[in-house]
Ligand binder design. Sequence first.
Ligand SMILES: NC(=O)c1ccc[n+]([C@@H]2O[C@H](COP(=O)([O-])OP(=O)(O)OC[C@H]3O[C@@H](n4cnc5c(N)ncnc54)[C@H](O)[C@@H]3O)[C@@H](O)[C@H]2O)c1
Length: 453
Amino acid sequence: MSRHDSIGRRQFLEETTLLAAVASGLGAARPAAAQINNSASLSVKPVRLGFIGVGIRGTLLMEAAKGIAGAEIVAAADCYKGHLDRAKELISPSIQTTGDYRQVVTRPDIDAVVIATPDHWHLQMTREALAAGKHVYIEKPMTHSWEEGEAFIEAAEKSGKVLQVGSQYPSMGCTREAAELIKSGRLGQVTLIEGRIHRNTATGAWYYPIPPDASPETVDWKSFLGPAPAREFDLRRFFQWRLFWDYSGGLPTDLFVHLITAVHYMMGVQEPESVVSLGGIYHWKEYREVPDQMTALVRYPEGFVLQLTSTANNGHPAPLLKFYGTAGTIEFNGDSFTYFYEPRGESFGYSTHSWPEATIAEFKRRMRLNDRLQPIDGPAVAPPVEYRAPNDEDSTRAHMRNWIDAIRTGGKPVEDARAGHHAALVGHMCNLSYKSGKPVTWNKKTRKVETQG
Ligand SMILES: NC(=O)c1ccc[n+]([C@@H]2O[C@H](COP(=O)([O-])OP(=O)(O)OC[C@H]3O[C@@H](n4cnc5c(N)ncnc54)[C@H](O)[C@@H]3O)[C@@H](O)[C@H]2O)c1
């Protein structure tokens, strides 16, 4: 039997039947992300939330939590007065606002805290909150250095509380469906994944505007610095902290980490093998320390390579993630994806063009080829199948809801400390490779990053 028989019409029919199922029923058969775990009875007493860090992200998180039945926002801590005033405006004038986050951590009637401060604060605040008996939602990247990862895992396990990391793709129905499709083998063997996040604005390059009332009177500089190295008062560092290594890991830990989290989730993997990366400060050169462009290659022991690129210098749309398999491709955009059925085809014309006509004819007869020198009963090409998340719920709210539900039902978080550690780890490895100019390796046994050469 020729190889072409083995990829013949019966398989094509099987594939297209499955594709029809994908087109018509994906998602319908399973609950949307918003409904998963959402069995908690509303009569149970609400989860009382305290927010630490209510800047850009913390404000969105508060707004997301405000709409969730079973959650109640009671306090917000921040070290810029404007953010606290805004919390009262948007949530309720009755919530407690404070410049001292420990008042939130130690307040006895608070069940859970949401931490959305700059990265250098994540570990200390999480540890204190877990030790005080609070459940924790910690924004991504969970860690500010890979060495912090195990401390998070240990603190979470010891506390018995629900720690969820705030990279929201795993809570999207779309991500779950794409993961199922990959797991079912519809893509064949996936050996290459591309991830892209591109931008072309000053905000995209992290030169966030500084509010006109910002001053030493409205900004608590010492509280912002916390465990970071001492520095003179600097509003750029305060509001544009992503530009500086003291508080941020730049593109890999800020943006790649979302893609890495999604890839780990969708491919069912956890730890990388090695990373090599290149980047630079090419365009946005003013007082920034972190690159405005980076490309990294991440190799996984399961047998695929993830290529990640982010530039702040071009905003041309590109799919967030592209999964290339031997039988198909997925273009993933966060709230939708397109699946292309692309089984391996064959066309011999390239080779046979240099043969005499009679030889070609005999070859065609023996191999059962059509006039285009393709197998007569080979797979046909099916139209791409587009899938949109059935829950139109905002991804941040879906993720927050999953955390609240896990707290109320005693369930597990969709993204635990281990997942948070491994996703951020890849980002830190990108930076180590960028800074050293060498590949870096993750030693699974010692659980340490090793720099080569
Ligand atoms: N999941 C996502 O899609 C997403 C999106 C944006 C940001 N984030 C993450 O959220 C975090 C915050 O980012 P952001 O863009 O909101 O930054 P931001 O600067 O707008 O907000 C950070 C806030 O933390 C406050 N803060 C700093 N130190 C504090 C302290 N000791 N006590 C209390 N408050 C303190 C600051 O005053 C500021 O208001 C980061 O870790 C970031 O990576 C996640």
